[in-house]
Design a protein around this ligand. Structure first.
Ligand code: C6P
Length: 420
């Protein structure tokens, strides 16, 4: 978000500063030690830590009103239904979706994208094209490959430049009359690059394609307004935005959802079931078969309350400062090569260290209580693009502080000493 901060809403609105030291108290896990060192958690792009309010929301549901939803006339079921459906309203407001029936609860980004590829994909014909980008996570590649195998549709890939930015001209040149779906990430998990999604959606709409945005990374760092972006689908996971694992969201325009066939069959997604045939429930339930992750959904609602109480502008400003601070140190660090230097970048620092395998770097950092992710980050084509097997990735969240960035770089010095 380095330059996103300058030009975006973030800079225009006066964001009240985040009291990070205070906010750290909200996260019990941050009080613990790992291998005798205070935990330095820099693996937030994999999953974020949970504040007490989220943990308590789940505990409270199980302790006091655990019941199945949409099914019982009894009091507990009503309470659980109200809380779960209340979370849906919170999600709708959070991403500025026009209607609550456009918010489908899923298990995460992966399931949200699979839902679209499986269901919307049934309307595609052999020879139709799906356009993705070179910076996608496997979750936004493989479901489309599976669809292509089933329907003989064609997958096209828009390339990125050396900085890790989508090459807009090439993206535009790959759009054509056969393009039916464009699926791209809002923010890359492997590079940090932020895509100019609003402009890209407009370009795709001009050729009549629908657009799915993978918001798995963006959701915790950028204000998301699906109405303003004008996308057709927006997918994200609850666990990356301080919410529980096993929760996710698919936003989709209701007109599309009405026309799409169900993704899975089972309880709650039907209106009537006869052996001769069944009819489907109203939106959003048509796409929510079976007993959902009720506690998780309620926890996700609490996570959204938490993030909104701090403000994504304040969070973004703080994270941009951390990224700037870390990037400066990275530039001065001998043997360190940054992978991903986009102008618009979220709080992710991906890099290699000369002569040391990323897994060894990660292992040495771990002995000092520092958690980073090493590997291909489920974005193998990105690694291929840069000719590396893996990178070390430090990813920041609202509770990280500059002294933790310092600890990271001290750990890297240690790694170099050990491998000298
Ligand atoms: N990236 C990472 O360490 P799920 O697993 O369904 O919650 O999210 C999948 C996903 C989709 N798109 C992007 C851009 C993502 O970053 C992820 C998850 C994690 O980078 C785990 S692989």
């Amino acid at each position: 978000m380095l330059s996103a901060i300058n030009g975006s809403k973030l800079a225009q609105e006066q964001a009240p500063a985040l009291d990070v030291a205070r906010r750290r108290q909200d996260f019990p896990i941050l009080q613990r030690e790992v291998h005798g060192h205070p935990l330095v958690y820099l693996d937030n792009a994999a999953t974020s830590q949970k504040p007490w309010s989220v943990i308590e929301a789940e505990r409270h549901y199980y302790a006091y009103y655990n019941a199945n939803i949409h099914r019982g006339v009894h009091h507990l079921s009503q309470e659980a239904t109200d809380a779960y459906e209340g979370a849906r309203d919170k999600v709708r407001e959070f991403i500025h979706a026009p209607r609550r029936e456009e918010i489908i609860f899923t298990r995460g980004t992966t399931e949200s994208i699979n839902l679209v590829a499986s269901s919307y994909g049934q309307g595609l014909q052999a020879g139709d094209e799906i356009l993705i980008t070179e910076m996608e996570h496997h979750s936004n590649i493989v479901p489309w490959q599976l669809l292509c195998q089933r329907s003989r549709t064609v997958l096209r890939v828009a390339p990125i430049d050396d900085a890790g930015q989508l090459i807009t001209e090439q993206f535009a040149s790959l759009l054509g009359p056969r393009t039916r779906v464009v699926a791209l990430t809002h923010m890359s998990n492997a590079l940090g690059s932020i895509n100019p999604v609003k402009a890209l959606v407009a370009m795709a709409h001009r050729v009549g394609a629908v657009v799915l945005i993978d918001g798995a990374q963006a959701i915790a760092h950028l204000p998301v307004d699906v109405t303003d972006i004008d996308c057709d689908f927006y997918a994200f996971s609850g666990h990356k935005v301080y919410g529980p694992t096993g929760t996710g969201v698919l936003y989709a325009r209701s007109a599309l959802l009405e026309a799409m066939p169900p993704y899975q069959g089972g309880g709650d997604m039907i209106k009537e079931v006869r052996f001769a045939g069944s009819s489907w429930n109203d939106l959003p339930y048509k796409f929510e078969a079976g007993t959902p992750n009720i506690a998780g959904g309620i926890g996700l609602g609490a996570a959204i309350d938490y993030v909104r109480s701090l403000g994504l502008n304040a969070i973004g400003t703080h994270e941009a400062d951390l990224l700037r601070y870390a990037t400066e140190q990275a530039h001065d660090f001998p043997g360190l090569t940054l992978v991903g230097t986009a102008r618009d970048k979220g709080a992710i620092l991906s890099f290699t260290l000369a002569g040391i395998h990323p897994h060894d770097v990660g292992t040495i950092l771990d002995t000092r209580g520092i958690a980073v992710r090493t590997g291909h980050h489920c974005a193998m084509p990105v690694m291929e693009r840069y000719g590396v097997p893996a990178t070390v990735r430090a990813s920041f969240a609202l509770y990280n502080m500059r002294h933790e960035v310092d600890a990271l770089f001290r750990g890297l010095v240690k790694a170099q000493e050990m491998f000298a």
